[in-house]
Design a protein around this ligand. Structure first.
Ligand SMILES: NC(=O)c1ccc[n+]([C@@H]2O[C@H](COP(=O)([O-])OP(=O)(O)OC[C@H]3O[C@@H](n4cnc5c(N)ncnc54)[C@H](OP(=O)(O)O)[C@@H]3O)[C@@H](O)[C@H]2O)c1
Length: 328
């Protein structure tokens, strides 16, 4: 099978397409013929080995599993002897990050719990784009943010994977939504229906408006007290990612804050795949869809990881892995 392989940390240009043996599933593993996969922050971090702390997860000197990728949609081709949830021929999708990486390949051998049945209402391209970002948005806004009808919301990093899903969730609650991003993405956010947009390169949202019920941040890069300025009394700031040092400070400060303020600062630890049934229902009802950048040919994977790192994408970058992977 063809796979994208990362032999050393550096840049996406060092990635190679290589032939590797098709794995045989054992125990509770399923072998999935990958139709589509998507680019995520983990891939950008893994190929560069940055931030260095993540090498504890990826491998200290070089990646332990040299095939990046942690989101996939495809069809089950074989099952291990202890698999109970899937059969050969089932269409599946999922975020594999709890069980390992390796979705940038024609076949993925992974624990069955990393996969969910793909709803018919979702194309393979949508299915690859959905598990990670939609649940960061859902868990951030609904579980940690306690989103309520009519809330005033700010989404920081609104034009990415999480932001474009989060927008749709907030609108289904009738919220007033401000999106923060930059460049041509701002026009696209306006076309999507954002009530206000802010260019982060020109305006610091923590210094202008002081009245959000919930802020969902994909790019934490300030100290915690700056975010407090943007919240109403009782408002909640939730971050899903950003600068590691700032995230750690925010986590610690968020606990102390409870002692003297009604405002809340929270850091989301994603629970992968947990509410994908809810997300599937929203698709079936026509209330949610993925904003897809692509699908691009599999061979273009290194360039697409660079595109992600350069922030040129809108929504989720999807790669078509198998020939029939320009799916609907
Ligand atoms: N919580 C968890 O358990 C967990 C697990 C895995 C990943 N994550 C994190 O979840 C996040 C995923 O976000 P995503 O997939 O939506 O990312 P994304 O697709 O890269 O979107 C981020 C958007 O933010 C914009 N941006 C960059 N710098 C910004 C700034 N300073 N202020 C405002 N916007 C800025 C980017 O555009 P430009 O670059 O063009 O400006 C881009 O449009 C990542 O931070 C990742 O590390 C969290």
């Amino acid at each position: 099978m063809k796979a994208i392989v990362c032999h050393s940390y550096g840049s996406p240009s060092l990635l190679r397409i290589e032939d590797r043996p098709i794995p045989t599933p054992t125990g509770q593993q399923v072998l999935v013929k990958v139709r589509t996969t998507a680019v995520n922050d983990y891939d950008w971090s893994m190929v560069r080995g940055k931030p260095g702390l993540l090498k504890l997860m990826f491998g200290l000197r070089k990646p332990k599993n040299p095939v990046p990728g942690m989101e996939a949609a495809g069809v089950v081709e074989a099952v291990g002897p202890d698999v109970t949830r899937f059969q050969v021929g089932d269409a599946v999708y999922g975020d594999t990050s709890e069980y390992g990486f390796g979705t940038f390949a024609e076949y993925l051998c992974i624990h069955e719990d990393a996969m969910r049945p793909k709803p018919d209402a979702m194309s393979f391209a949508e299915a690859a784009a959905t598990p990670h970002a939609s649940l960061l948005a859902y868990q951030g806004l609904i579980k940690l943010g306690g989103l309520k009808k009519g809330d005033k919301i700010l989404l920081n990093g609104a034009g990415g994977g999480v932001g474009t899903f989060a927008y749709q969730l907030t609108k289904s609650y009738g919220c007033d939504v401000t999106g923060v991003d930059s460049g041509p993405k701002l026009e696209r956010l306006k076309k999507m229906g954002f009530d206000q947009v802010i260019d982060y390169r020109k305006v610091d949202f923590t210094r202008t408006i002081h009245s959000y019920d919930v802020v969902l941040d994909c790019k934490t890069n300030r100290w915690p007290w700056a975010y407090l300025r943007a919240l109403k009394p009782g408002g909640i700031y939730v971050t899903v990612g950003g600068h590691l040092g700032k995230l750690l400070t925010l986590f610690l400060f968020g606990h102390i804050l409870k002692l003297f303020s009604r405002k809340r600062l929270k850091v989301l630890g994603l629970q992968p795949n947990t509410e994908l049934e809810v997300i599937g229902d929203l698709y079936r009802k026509g209330n949610l869809k993925a904003h897809i950048d692509g699908p691009y040919p599999f061979e273009e994977t290194p360039g697409m990881i660079q595109r992600y790192g350069d922030g040129e994408h809108f929504g989720k970058i999807v790669l078509s892995v198998s020939p029939e992977g320009n799916p609907t």
